[in-house]
Write a protein that binds this ligand. Structure first.
Ligand SMILES: [Zn+2]
Ligand SMILES: [Zn+2]
Length: 267
């Protein structure tokens, strides 16, 4: 039984709808709680779609207003999706999702999830055309996301596979790829922070299955890791998108996800 969704974006970052639209959509979908997770400010990215400090202040005020307005109807949480390279929040949020969206290179911070062409240029320009070296650098960065951000939830662990569902960029069974993600998973498991099963690339048409891959989910679960479901919705209609499929995958592996409401409310 899914009662909440804690990963979504609004007009305060790169989402298409207002926080109130998201709250109304959550109510229509019968959720007991919704967490809004605006992207952290990324001043190193000229095309930054995160919240500027000014926007972040407005975001916090708007969500406090909504908490009062919808009190007794739905629980609302003011969160952030904290990129590992963003400045730390000045004031704490109700919760944070720790994510890696860039690699730090000699050419600056390059996005790994913007377009496949940017990813190919990154591979060729900074990794001598070696996609496995790029993946290793990505997972090396991911391995410290809990330490750096102090997050409550680990965002889209294998985001680097966003454009690779057809296997055209790399072979997910290659030993170099597998050892890279396994090392990162082992490091993050020490923090005992749940991993997302994130359906955002499904609603946006990049993938037919959620992140992480079933192989990764099985590995993490086998070592005692926990999971939460996240839609990473950028439009109100996409809240809880693909949750049935995500749940089917988890249940098929004998896993029951943690409800982020229990996780965040009792932290
Ligand atoms: Zn993200
Ligand atoms: Zn997100």
């Amino acid at each position: 039984m899914i009662r909440s969704d804690f990963h979504c974006h609004t007009l305060y970052c790169d989402g298409k709808d207002s926080p109130e639209d998201m709250v109304r959509s959550a109510l229509e979908k019968g959720l007991a709680a919704v967490g809004i997770s605006g992207h952290s400010y990324a001043p190193f990215d000229p095309g930054c779609q995160g919240m500027t400090p000014e926007n972040e202040a407005k975001y916090r005020r708007q969500i406090s207003r909504l908490k009062k307005k919808y009190e007794g109807q739905i629980k609302i949480f003011c969160g952030t999706e904290q990129d590992i390279f963003s400045p730390a929040p000045v004031k704490p949020f109700d919760y944070s999702i720790g994510s890696v969206h860039y690699l730090k290179t000699r050419d600056g911070y390059i996005s790994v999830d913007d377009t496949i062409d940017i990813l190919r240029r990154l591979r060729d320009g900074c990794f001598g055309g070696d996609i496995y070296a790029l993946c290793a650098a990505y997972y090396e960065t991911v391995s410290s996301v809990c330490k750096v951000t102090g997050c409550d939830i680990i965002g889209h662990f294998d985001l680097i596979s966003k454009f690779n569902e057809d296997g055209s960029l790399f072979d997910a069974q290659d030993p170099r790829y597998r050892s890279a993600w396994m090392s990162a998973a082992d490091e993050l498991l020490k923090a005992d922070v749940p991993f997302e099963v994130n359906t955002g690339a499904m609603s946006r048409g990049y993938r037919t299955e959620p992140y992480p891959s079933q192989e990764i989910i099985r590995y993490i679960s086998g070592k005692g890791g926990r999971f939460v479901l996240s839609s990473d919705a950028h439009r109100k209609e996409d809240l809880t998108f693909g949750f049935e499929r995500a749940l089917e995958i988890l249940n098929g592996l004998g896993i029951e996800p943690v409800d982020p409401l229990d996780l965040i409310e009792n932290k």
